[in-house]
Design a protein around this ligand. Structure first.
Ligand code: GSH
Length: 219
């Protein structure tokens, strides 16, 4: 049996959604974030990195969402939710499968961490930190995020999906960065992104995954 070690309000929600889309049986083992937002230490007993998601099945333990998604598709997917190998859609699929965590999430995570720093600093350091965070946002993260958002919007323009004419696991992987931006920052005038989110949030498998995963602030 596939077991997903799932942290509340986290990117792990995507894995539950993928399993629902494929109609596969699975168990969810839920973990609650600490006040610091970190994962509880019990997750380190499952995998040394102690982050969610983690998949276990029999003797196998896999961490890292992209690897988990690939494992599920290759061992239980029977070719579903992956474009035909070698086609342009397949390479778009590969791009988004890796890009979601490799390139889209790091600036979002950095922005979140930096936004918290002034609040948590002693009062005398707050003004300096605020100015430093503002400068990093204006010079580095802001322009980078604009480039990412344009890439998402343009990629969705033709079909409404990230890899070809059909819904695929690339859409599942990309859901979290889009939801994270949607919940904190917004998309400006880029209409293809909110349309994509509305479409995935209406899918029965997405709704079912929410009921299995518990609280999720991004949907
Ligand atoms: N790139 C990794 C990121 C894993 C990750 O950072 N997961 C977060 C959940 S959103 C987590 O466990 N955070 C708690 C912590 O870092 O202690 C993946 O996609 O699996």
């Amino acid at each position: 049996m596939i077991v997903i070690h799932h942290l509340n309000n986290s990117r792990s929600q995507r894995v539950l959604w993928l399993l629902e889309e494929l109609g596969l049986p699975y168990e969810v083992k839920r973990y609650e974030r600490l006040k610091t937002m970190q994962a509880p230490p019990e997750l380190k007993a499952v995998h040394p990195l102690g982050k969610s998601p983690i998949l276990t099945e029999g003797e196998r333990t896999i961490a890292e969402t992209g690897a988990i998604v690939t494992y599920i598709l290759e061992t239980h997917g029977a070719g579903r939710l992956v474009p035909e190998r070698g086609t342009p859609d397949y390479w778009d699929y590969q791009h988004f499968l890796h890009y979601a965590e490799g390139s889209a999430m790091p600036p979002l995570f950095l922005k979140l961490i930096l936004s918290r720093m002034p609040q948590e600093a002693p009062f005398f350091a707050k003004p300096i930190l605020k100015a430093a965070v503002k400068a990093v946002n204006e010079r580095l993260l802001g322009p980078q995020l604009e480039t990412h958002l344009d890439h998402w919007d343009r990629s969705l323009a033709a079909t409404g999906w990230f890899a070809g004419a059909d819904f695929s696991a690339a859409d599942v992987m990309m859901s979290f960065p889009l939801e994270a931006v949607g919940s904190r920052l917004g998309f400006g005038l880029r209409s293809n992104i909110p349309a994509f989110l509305a479409r995935i949030h209406a899918r029965p498998a997405y709704r079912e995954a929410l009921s299995r995963g518990g609280p999720y602030a991004y949907a």
